[in-house]
Design a protein around this ligand. Structure first.
Ligand SMILES: Nc1ncnc2c1ncn2[C@@H]1O[C@H](COP(=O)(O)OP(=O)(O)OP(=O)(O)O)[C@@H](O)[C@H]1O
Ligand SMILES: [Mg+2]
Length: 471
C-alpha cells in the first residue's frame, strides 16, 4: 500500500522544532528576527514578543546572522560565545524560488553544569586512555624489573642496589659494562621502579641509526622540512618519550654533531624540531649505556666532555660474568626457564660437570653468550639433563685450557713427547683465526658484534675472515 503524503500542520512543525536539541532563530534579509524558539528565548533571557521584529544583533551578542542573510554564504560549526557559554552555531541562508530571503541559525547548548560535568567526564576518560596507552607502550618496550636481574654475588648486588636506589630520583644514569652483561636490562628495571613507570620507555640504539638521520629521529621535523619529508612532520623520539625515560644505548656511537644538540636539549629541557619555528618543552629522564671507554673517548676528542659529565651523574658498572662465577648456575637456571618457554620444554637441568665447565669459561660475551650456549644445548637435547656433549666444543676446550698450564716451548717436553714449534707468524695466524671463530660463535654469527668483541673495525674483521677462510 502506498504511503499517503500529508502536509505537516503548523502545530506539528512547532512541536518538532521544540523537540530538536538545537535552538533555532530565523531572520529576514535585513537581519530582523522573524522566528525564535521558546527555549532559545529562555536562554537569552527575553520573551518571544520582545525578540520578534528586532535586529538580531540587539538580542544575540556576537551574532553573524545578519551577515549570512545578506551574503548567502553558509557558516557551519562556528564557535559562538553567548552569555558566557561557548555554543556551536550553524548559519544557513534561506532561498525561496531562487531568491535569498533570510537566514536560519541553529545553536547547540547545554546548561553550564551539564557542560562542565560532560567535560570532566571526557577529561577523565582521556586521562584513563592515556594511562592505558602508555602502559601498553611500556609493555612492548619496558619488559624487565629488578626481580629479573639474577645474581647474588657481592659485585652484582652492589650494582643492583645502586640501581634500585637511584631509580627513584630523576638523575641521568650511565650504565657501563662489557657486551652482554645486562646493561639494557638495568635500564628497563630503573625505569620500571621510577616514578615515570606509567609513561613511555623509549630505547634508541645509537649504533643503528645512520648519522644523516640521527637528528630527525631524535628531534623530529616540521611539515615540509625537506624534500620527501612526511606530510604533517614527524615526532622525534625525545618527544615520544615525554614524561618517561629515554634510553640511549651505545651512546659512544652518537655522532659529535648530535651530541651537542642533545646536550642543549637536556640543559634547556626543550627541543627544536628540524626546520621548526617553535621550541617544544620536554620532560625526560635519560639513561645511557655503553661498553666503550667514554673517558678515553673524551680525551681523544670523539666524545663531548660536557655531555659526558651530564650523563655521568650516576654511573653503574655491571661486572662481567667471569667476575661473578658464583652467579652462573642461578643465571643459567633463569635462562633455561626463559628458553624452555620458547621451545615448549620443561624441567631441563644441568649436570654437575656442565656447571663446572660453565664456571671455568671466561665468557667474553657474558650473559648473552651463556644464553646462546644454553639455547644450543636445549636444541640438541633429547632428555632433560644437559651434559658435556651438549656444550659447544670451544667451551670444553677453553675451559680445559684455563686450568691447564701452557706447555713449555721446547722440543722435548717433560714426559718425553716431541712438541712441534711453528714459526711465530704461523702461531699468531692460528690464534687469530681461533679468535675470529670464537667471537662468531659467541655472537651467533653476528659479524658486527664479533668485530666489536675483538675490538677491531668492521673492515679489518671482514679482511681477516677472508684471509683465514672464516665464513
Ligand atoms: N642479571 C641477569 N639475569 C638474567 N638475565 C640477564 C641478566 N643480565 C642480562 N641478562 C640477559 O642477557 C642478555 C643480554 O643482556 P643485555 O642486552 O641487557 O646486555 P647489554 O649489556 O645491553 O649488551 P650489549 O652491550 O651487547 O648491548 C639478555 O637476553 C638478557 O635477558
Ligand atoms: Mg645493549
Amino acid at each position: 500500500m502506498k504511503l499517503e503524503m500529508r502536509r505537516l500542520s503548523f502545530e506539528w512543525l512547532m512541536e518538532i522544532i521544540q523537540l530538536c536539541i538545537e535552538r533555532i532563530i530565523v531572520v529576514d534579509r535585513d537581519g530582523i528576527v522573524i522566528y525564535i524558539d521558546g527555549a532559545y528565548c529562555e536562554f537569552l533571557g527575553i520573551s518571544f514578543e520582545e525578540a520578534i521584529g528586532r535586529p538580531v544583533q540587539a538580542i544575540i551578542e556576537n551574532t553573524r546572522m545578519h551577515i549570512v542573510a545578506r551574503t548567502g554564504q553558509k557558516e557551519i560549526e562556528h564557535l559562538h560565545p553567548i552569555n558566557g557559554s561557548v555554543m556551536i552555531a550553524n548559519r544557513y541562508p534561506i532561498f525561496i524560488e531562487g531568491q535569498l530571503v533570510g537566514a536560519l541559525g541553529t545553536v547547540i547548548y547545554s546548561d553550564p553544569d551539564n557542560v562542565r560535568a560532560q567535560k570532566n567526564k571526557i577529561t577523565n576518560l582521556c586521562n584513563a586512555l592515556n594511562l592505558y596507552k602508555n602502559k601498553a607502550l611500556n609493555e612492548g618496550t619496558c619488559k624487565y624489573t629488578f626481580d629479573d636481574l639474577v645474581g647474588d654475588s657481592y659485585e652484582f648486588q652492589v650494582a643492583k642496589a645502586l640501581g634500585e636506589k637511584v631509580a627513584r630520583n630523576d638523575s641521568s644514569v650511565l650504565v657501563t659494562g662489557e657486551t652482554g652483561t645486562g646493561k639494557e636490562l638495568f635500564a628497563h628495571a630503573i625505569h620500571h621502579s621510577s616514578m615515570r613507570s606509567d609513561f613511555p620507555f623509549v630505547a634508541i640504539n645509537c649504533a643503528s641509526i645512520p648519522e644523516l638521520l640521527f637528528e630527525t629521529e631524535l628531534f623530529g621535523y616540521e611539515d615540509g622540512a625537506f624534500t620527501g619529508a612526511k606530510k604533517g612532520g614527524k615526532l622525534g623520539l625525545l618527544k615520544l618519550a615525554n614524561k618517561g625515560t629515554i634510553f640511549l644505548d651505545e651512546i659512544g656511537d652518537m655522532p659529535l654533531s648530535v651530541q651537542s644538540k642533545l646536550l642543549r636539549a637536556l640543559q634547556e629541557k626543550e627541543i627544536q624540531p628540524v626546520a621548526g619555528q617553535k621550541s617544544i618543552p620536554i620532560d625526560i629522564r635519560l639513561i645511557a649505556a655503553t661498553n666503550r671507554d667514554l673517558e678515553k673517548m673524551v680525551q681523544e676528542g670523539t666524545f663531548r666532555q660536557d655531555l659526558f659529565y651530564r650523563l655521568n651523574v650516576i654511573s653503574i658498572e655491571i661486572p662481567p660474568l667471569r667476575k661473578r662465577k658464583e652467579d652462573i648456575e642461578a643465571i643459567s637456571q633463569y635462562l633455561l626457564r626463559k628458553i624452555e618457554r620458547r621451545f615448549y620444554k620443561k624441567g631441563t637441568m644441568l649436570s654437575s660437570e656442565v656447571v663446572d665447565k660453565l664456571q671455568r669459561h671466561m665468557w667474553p660475551g657474558n650473559i648473552r653468550e651463556l644464553e646462546n650456549v644454553l639455547e644450543r644445548a636445549i636444541n640438541v637435547l633429547d632428555g632433560t639433563v644437559i651434559t658435556l656433549e651438549h656444550l659447544p666444543l670451544y667451551i670444553k676446550d677453553q675451559a680445559d685450557h684455563s686450568i691447564k698450564q701452557e706447555p713449555p716451548i721446547n722440543n722435548a717436553s717433560t714426559n718425553g713427547t716431541v712438541q712441534t714449534i711453528q714459526p711465530l707468524k704461523e702461531t699468531l695466524a692460528q690464534a687469530e683465526k681461533r679468535a675470529l671463530v670464537h667471537a662468531l660463535t659467541v655472537t651467533s654469527g653476528d659479524k658486527l658484534a664479533a668485530a666489536k668483541l675483538l675490538g677491531i673495525g668492521k673492515t679489518s674483521f671482514y679482511d681477516k675472515c677472508k684471509l683465514y677462510g672464516v665464513k
